[in-house]
Each structure stands twice: as C-alpha cells, then as structure tokens.
Design a protein around this ligand. Structure first.
Ligand code: HDE
Length: 703
C-alpha cells in the first residue's frame, strides 16, 4: 500500500513522537515521486520498487529467485503482522477524546487533572467484550470493558473499568479459573464468546461469591444497545489523597449523557448475524457524524467511618455502595470526539495498566485490585513484545518524562549523554532526579497482621446484594433476568449443574428461582444452597440499578429504519426526517434495492440498506412507508415480513402509512396496539418521535 504523506508517517519520515534523538536521523520528506503527488513505493529500507506485481524469476515460467529482497521482505513482514490477542477483552473498539474538569477537587485530591475548572485532559477509551476472541460478535451476553487512559500533566492514569460495578470473584487468585471456565472448553475449542455452557455454570454454581455479578450479567446490562448508552464503573474502592496527605475513599462512575439502553436477547442473537460489528460501527458512525458521545465522571466519596459502619466490606469487589446511600458527585465530563486513524496502532496496541495512577490517587487493599496491578504490566510484555511498549505513541505520556530505563527490544526513546544512573556527579548532563515534593507518595496506611491465606469474614454475604439488584429492577427487567438464566442453563447439558444454580437463586428470590426452575422443567426443586450468612431481606431497592428507570429523556442519537418503495409518500418522508433531525435522531432508508427509490414527487432517495441487509434489529424504531403497490411487492419478501414481525416481537415503536396494509397483514399483524403510530400528517411524525423517547413499548409484552 502506498504510504500517505503525514507527520505520523513512519514509512516516509522517522517518528516524531518521543525525544529528539529519533528525529535527527534522516531528511524526512521523500525526494522521489511516482508522478503527481504519489510517492514512489519503497521497501522498508527505503529502496524504490519498480515492480510490485511480479516476483523475480528465471524466465517467465522459471523458479523464483532467493535474491528477490522485495518479495522476501514483503512476505516476511506479512507473516509477522499479528500480535497475541488479549487473553481477556480481546475484542474492543477505541476512540479519542477529552475529559473536562468541572471545578477544583483540591479538598480531596492533589491529582493535577482535578485542580482547575474547565481544564481538558486528553483521553483514549477502549470498550470491549471479555470472553470472545478478537473476531467474535459484538452482541455476546457479556460484561463490557470500559477502559480510560487519561494523559495527564503528571503522567498517564488508567481507569480500567467495566460497565458493571461488581465482579465475579473476590480474590485475584480465582481470575484464571473464572476465565478458563467462561472461555471455549479446552477439549473442543467452543463455544465462542458465550457463557451458556457447562464449564461456566459449573464453576459459577460452586462459587457463591459470583451470585451478585450473575444477576448483572443475566440482566440487560450484558447486552447494551451501544457503547454510547452504557455506564462505566471503576469497580474497586480507590483512595484520593489531597496535598495535606488526607485520604478519602472513592468509587468511580461514568454516566452516559445519552441515557441507558439495552437490546433484548432475541434481538442480540439476530444482530450478531446481521452486523457482528454493531457496537463498533455505532461508535465509528456517531463520532464521524459529529454526534460525540459524552459521559459524566462521578465520584462516590466516603471515609473510614462510613466504611466501618457500611453493611458490606468496601474492599470486596462483589459489592457496590448504593447511590441512594452515597450519592454520585459529578466532577467532569468526557467527550469522545475523534476516531482512531489506525485500528492496530491505537486500539490494538493500547496498553492499560491498573498500576498507572498519578499523585493524588492511590490503591486500596481490595485483593482483586492488588492482583490486577501485577497482571496488566505482565500481560503487556507478552502482548506487545517487550518492556518498551510505553514508546508506542498511544501508550506514551503526553507530559514531559525522564527516566533511566534503557535499551530492550525496539527502544525508541534513547537518551543522549553519559548519565544513565542516579545519583551521579556529572554536571554537564546529569539527567533527572527524584522529587519528594512533586513525586508520587503512597498513602502511609498502617498495616499489621499475621501472614496467612484467608478470606475475610466481612466478605461472606454472597446473596443480599444479589437480591437487592433483583428487586430494584422493573417487572420487565426481572422477566429478562429469569429468561436469560433459563436460556443459559438450558444450554448446560448436566442436569445437576442446572439444579445447583437454582439452589443459589432460592437464596436470592423465591419468585425468580421458581420461574427458572419451571423454565428448565426441573423435576424437583432443590434445597437452597448452604449460605455462610443468611440473605438480608431488609435492603431497600436501589432505583439507580435499573436501566429502564434510567432511560434517556430524548430519542437523540437513536436510529429509525424506514422501509420504503417506489411511490413512498414524499411529504411523510420529509416530515419524518425533519422530526427526527429536530430530535437529534437519524432516519435510514431500507429498500428492495440499495440503489434507492423514486418518491411520489419524483425525487430519488438512495437507500442505506437493501432489505436483506437491513433487518429491523439494527434500528431503535421503524417506519413502514411503502406505496400500495410497493406493499404488495414487499409482502412477497420474507425479509420484509421479518422486518415487521421482529419489530413487534422486540417491542419497538412502529410508524406506518395506510398503504402499508397488505404488508402488515402478511407479516401477521393482527391488531394495532398503542406502539403503532399511523402517519397521516407531519403532526403524526412529531408524535411518533415523542413516543419513541420511551424506546420500547413494553406493554406489548405485559399488556
Ligand atoms: Fe482485567 N485484565 N483483570 N478486569 N480488564 C485485562 O489486560 C485481570 C478485572 C478490564 O481495553 C488484561 O491488557 C485480572 C476487573 C478491562 O485493553 C489482563 C483480574 C475489571 C480490560 C487482565 C481482572 C477489569 C482488562 C488482558 C482479576 C473491571 C481491557 C489484556 C484480579 C474493573 C483493557 C490486558 C483494554 C484486561 C487481568 C479483573 C477490566 C490479563 C488478573 C475487576 C476493561 O491483564
């Protein structure tokens, strides 16, 4: 591929990232052009290439020569293009943006990025699924990673979070087990990107501490509509430390300005087939269209006294602190406003490490966090090939840095001069020195105790918060949890494992356990699992834990798919487009042919999708706008009938024109409920958009 002429271009110009040493080598600009503005293709060594179509041979049909250095270099490089995928969170998608601080937090932290109102800190964010490999589908039922790298003036701070505020396990020593259990089974190498199999549920059923997390991953949180519509959580308790050395505990939250939204499971399964890149495409498209997603960073701040009296241990990552108890204080906003230029260079090579914290932030003793602090650095060395991964532009700090770490594979920042240690007594170029005033100081927490492998008694209640999560959900969401458990356990081949999971559910909620037991057709109800501590029935529901209770106020950022044919009513189409635009939503046309349709006024409208490639699962709501003739034609197409049948089954709002009648009938629409909106005038289009703000017509399910 011909190299573009840009500042970042490593083919034409040495890297300008990092120190001056690398800039001095070569002239930079190429002096050779192939005609016009296009540079001459060269080898990696800069040797111009005359023929990139044919290898060097003896005669036209003779053997290829070993001396063909261009062929050898090209194939050698290709052979080495892949790096190991992440052992977890392999499938991800990233974007650039900034964090804007609202005001000084000097009372709680000396962290530089939180000192001045309005100050912007560049960030890179990578969202991910956990279990699937790099090429798996986006809509797996799974936790989503939500990792943020802040390039602060005092070094990189990585807040490596998830979209769920709790975790499966309490101690890092169990991480390889839970991940082995969820990943493809080792003998057969499947299932891919799924927890619905024996190994996972076997491990879970033997690990009661996972029950709270199980409620979350069986809820709609695990099938988000898009990265833009999900929350993020730092999960662990961290510390903030101010300039006087005072420590405050903190839990980090990201709240999407777009509101929360998920898909339903039947939809997720179909999206994976129709568009396995649904989530990455959504983020790519939104940023490309200038609809920049935004999250508020919120802090739950609390002190030792609160930690002492709280019902659960703040060091236990299987527990959360309800927002109703400790409110989330908004302290800034993060805007993602720039796509990556190169997926590999940025999204693939970005290396998050929980150990990357800045002065003013500190760890707690959460045993999961302590284990992570080892794992992330270790894994980057394996994945990125050596200790110099911080020299890769996406990982390099954007503030000045100076240290004596040297050499190693692919060293790009090579200090000049003689001093490569300290202290030294050189006066000319002595290099950096430590600074007790400016440098990172660990919070001097007092620790004492016998050395032992033990789990604290305060970590022993595994069911109370699982129950609290369940009772905080709307009826619709509770139904989804029961269905998800039933679905997953129906894929488990060993009946004893199914029953063991139900025995845990009995400690969470009788109604839930009964629904799942019936869904599985268990012959006998098992005894409740032995619990180290009885489930507390007195924890109040926390409305903050429900997605439906925290939906958006507007339909902005969402998409309507309109099924159109030749003769589509031009006025209705224009009015619908206008109403959606005013709301900040998008209209996409789905037609029998991708070339487009001729509207009633003779205007031509290109389609975004041919009907087979644009099923209704890809949209938040749909509009059925064919002409009478078009409706009869669409009625013969299974994809068009599915478009409607699925929109109904997924409780979507459906706008329609009268001429759609024959199609609706063929799609099996028996009666039009309140989720249907007839479009006769522009006013109806506005009304449709207002209805869509609720995202789904859940009554279709329960009513
Ligand atoms: Fe991770 N995790 N993790 N994790 N994690 C990784 O690091 C690990 C945990 C999270 O987009 C790995 O660079 C251990 C909790 C995210 O690049 C690895 C434990 C949370 C990402 C690793 C946990 C996370 C990772 C694999 C238990 C939420 C993707 C590749 C002690 C707070 C970051 C890599 C990205 C990635 C280890 C548990 C979030 C192996 C040992 C809890 C978002 O180092």
């Amino acid at each position: 591929m011909a190299a573009k002429k840009t500042d970042d271009d490593h083919h034409l110009k040495p890297s300008t990232h990092g120190d001056a040493a690398v800039k001095t080598g070569a002239a930079g600009e190429t002096h050779q052009t192939a005609g016009g503005d296009r540079p001459v293709l060269t080898t990696q060594q800069g040797i111009p290439v005359a023929d990139d179509q044919n290898s060097l041979k003896v005669g036209a049909r003779g053997p290829t020569l070993l001396e063909d250095f261009h062929l050898r270099e090209k194939i050698f490089h290709f052979d080495h293009e892949r790096i190991p995928e992440r052992v977890v969170h392999a499938r991800g998608f990233g974007a650039h943006g900034y964090f804007e601080n609202y005001g000084s937090l000097a009372d709680v932290t000396r962290a530089d990025l939180f000192q001045r109102a309005g100050e912007k800190t560049p960030v890179f964010v990578r969202f991910s699924t956990v279990a699937g490999s790099k090429g798996s589908a986006d809509l797996a039922r799974d936790v989503r990673g939500f990792a943020v790298k802040f390039y602060t003036q005092q070094g990189n701070w990585d807040l490596v979070g998830n979209n769920i505020p709790v975790f499966f396990i309490q101690d890092a020593i169990k991480f390889p087990d839970v991940i082995h259990a969820v990943k493809p089974e080792p003998d057969r190498g499947f299932p891919q990107a799924q927890s619905a199999h024996d190994n996972f549920w076997d491990f879970i059923s033997l690990t009661p501490e996972s029950m709270h997390m199980i409620m979350w991953v069986m809820s709609d949180r695990a099938i988000p509509r898009s990265f833009r519509f999900m929350e993020g959580f730092g999960v662990h308790t961290f510390r903030l430390v101010n300039a006087d050395g005072k420590s405050t505990f903190v839990k980090f939250h990201w709240k999407p300005k777009q509101g929360l939204q998920s898909v339903v499971w039947n939809e997720a399964v179909k999206i994976n087939g129709a568009d396995p890149d649904f989530h990455r495409r959504d983020l790519w498209d939104a940023i490309g269209a200038g609809d920049f997603p935004e999250w508020e960073l919120g802090l739950q701040l609390f002190d030792e006294a609160f930690a002492e009296k709280f019902d659960f241990d703040v060091l236990d990552a299987t527990k959360l602190i309800p927002e109703e108890l400790v409110p989330v204080k908004p302290v800034g906003r993060m805007v993602l406003d720039r796509r990556v230029d190169n997926f590999f260079a940025e999204t693939e090579q970005v290396a998050f490490c929980t150990q990357n914290i800045v002065p003013g932030v500190d760890f707690s003793n959460d045993p999961l966090l302590q284990g992570r602090n080892f794992s992330y650095l270790d894994t980057q060395i394996k994945r990125l090939g050596g200790p110099n991964f911080t020299h890769i532009p996406i990982n390099a700090p954007k503030c000045p840095f100076a240290h004596f770490q040297q050499d190693g594979h692919m060293a790009m920042h090579n200090p000049k001069g003689r001093a490569n240690y300290e202290p030294n007594s050189w006066t000319a170029d002595p290099g950096p020195r430590e600074s007790p005033e400016k440098g990172f100081q660990s919070y001097p927490v007092q620790e004492d105790g016998p050395k032992q492998r033990i789990r604290s008694e305060t970590f022993a209640d595994h069911y109370s918060q699982a129950r609290q999560f369940y009772i905080s959900q709307t009826e619709v969401e509770q139904g989804h949890i029961a269905s998800a458990l039933t679905f997953e356990l129906s894929k488990v081949e060993t009946p004893a494992i199914r029953a063991r999971v139900v025995s845990h559910l009995l400690n969470i909620d009788d109604g839930l356990a009964t629904k799942v037991a019936e869904g599985l057709r268990l012959k006998a109800t098992p005894k409740p699992a032995d619990a180290a501590k009885p489930t507390r029935q007195d924890l109040k529901p926390s409305p903050a834990l429900s997605i439906i209770k925290n939906g958006p106020k507007s339909f902005a950022g969402r998409k309507v798919g309109a099924l159109v044919t030749d003769g589509v009513d031009a006025k209705i189409l224009a009015a619908l487009e206008k109403a959606l635009k005013a709301e900040g939503a998008i209209l996409k046309l789905v037609a029998p042919e991708v070339g487009g349709v001729e509207a009633s006024d003779g205007a031509w409208h290109e389609a975004a999708e041919k009907i087979d490639g644009g099923p209704s699962v890809l949209f938040d709501a749909v509009a059925i706008l064919p002409s009478t003739e078009g409706a009869s034609r669409l009625a013969t197409l299974p994809a068009a009938r599915d478009f409607i049948a699925d929109a109904i089954a997924h409780q979507k709002f459906i706008a329609y024109v009268e001429s759609a009648g024959p199609l609706l009938e063929k799609a099996g629409v028996a009666s039009l409920d309140d989720g249907f909106v007839a479009l006769k005038s522009a006013k109806d289009c506005n009304e449709f958009v207002v209805r869509c703000r609720k995202l789904r017509f859940w009554d279709r399910l329960t009513g």
